[in-house]
Design a protein around this ligand. Structure first.
Ligand code: ADP
Ligand code: MG
Length: 309
């Protein structure tokens, strides 16, 4: 079975408002799946359904091929959007308490917590009260608690919001490592540009609808336009440009470079490869810069939204 989690035709309504409109999502095992979309798209609602906090009005959810059941909650680690730790309790005490709730023995809980606190260099926080921690610090503690019982499915709702760039990166690295250790990760974010390199798969949600989903590399291949950004050093730039225009679609390009180059964006034919363009350029100029233009997930999102409007 390729997918750990399958959500089929999910509908969720709040009064007259439809928060999820026939959303289906498959999460392949041992992958990182990004649920991306602007604020209010329906991401949190979807994650709450998977965590059985709210019930869908229609649709089914399967974990490991079986309909999702109350008991499955032990296989899921969930970092909710609204972070909730008891402010007046001490960090270590609270972490131990929550770990016990997830079925770890006292000794095991203590050992794993010590390991994580050492790993994230937050050992000094053990005897602090949650209220003494900053928002980002508390979030780090809650991240640890979420992953501590090593569930096969990890769900993080906006895991990077509230973190500074250094800690956001640290958490990104931890998420990658959790995947390498066999976990399947589903997370949501409204900041599409900053996380695409993390995701193996994505789904784009917009106004309660899934606009697009699939493997990031496949989606990007589908949306790329055979365009290359080149920086050229030629004796006669005007002639070179004319020659290029007889053969390719040529436009201006803007990118940072230390060379005083002719900067162009060149689109090749559907059935051509970069080699043909390089061959053409080789005898006519020095190539200082040559990069295929790959659309960002954000570009793809905007394009899809416009097409669907
Ligand atoms: P996202 O996480 O993508 O920002 P949410 O899933 O939190 O979006 O919300 C999607 C939409 O559903 C929003 O318009 C929100 O106001 C609405 N919504 C969410 N929960 C409730 C609720 N309990 N009652 C009424 N409306 C809700
Ligand atoms: Mg949300």
């Amino acid at each position: 079975m390729e997918n750990l989690l399958v959500a089929e035709n999910i509908y969720k309504r709040f009064g007259n408002f439809t928060a999820l409109n026939n959303v289906s999502i498959n999460i392949p095992r041992e992958s990182i799946f990004g649920l991306l979309g602007p604020n209010g798209a329906g991401k949190t609602t979807f994650l709450r359904i998977i965590n059985q906090i709210t019930m869908p009005d229609e649709g089914r959810v399967y974990l490991d091929g079986k309909p999702l059941h109350q008991d499955d909650i032990v296989h899921i680690g969930y970092l909710p959007e609204e972070r909730g730790l008891y402010k007046s309790m001490k960090v270590g005490e609270q972490a131990l308490y929550l770990a016990r709730l997830k079925g770890l023995s006292k000794a095991e809980a203590r050992e794993r917590l010590k390991f994580w606190f050492r790993k994230l260099e937050i050992e000094d926080w053990w005897d602090k009260k949650i209220q003494e921690l900053s928002k980002g610090m508390a979030q780090k503690v809650q991240f640890v608690i979420t992953v501590l019982h090593r569930p096969k499915l990890l769900i993080f709702d906006e895991p990077f919001s509230g973190f500074d760039p250094v800690n956001a990166n640290l958490i990104k690295d931890e998420i990658i490592q959790l995947k390498e250790e066999g976990a399947t990760i589903l997370f949501s974010t409204h900041r599409m540009e900053s996380v695409e390199e993390l995701c193996d798969y994505i789904a784009l949600i917009h106004k309660s609808n899934k606009l697009l989903d699939g493997k990031v590399s496949e989606i990007k291949k589908e949306y790329k336009s055979n365009t290359f950004e080149v920086g050229l050093d030629a004796i006669d730039e005007a002639t070179l440009r004319q020659e290029l225009e007889t053969r390719f679609q040529v436009g201006p390009a803007r990118f940072k470079s230390i060379q005083d180059d002719l900067k162009l964006s060149i689109k090749i034919g559907e059935n051509e490869t970069s080699n043909e363009l390089i061959q053409f350029l080789l005898s006519r100029a020095r190539i200082n810069h040559f990069v295929e233009v790959i659309p960002s997930v954000n570009d793809i999102f905007i394009k899809t939204v416009t097409q669907n409007a």
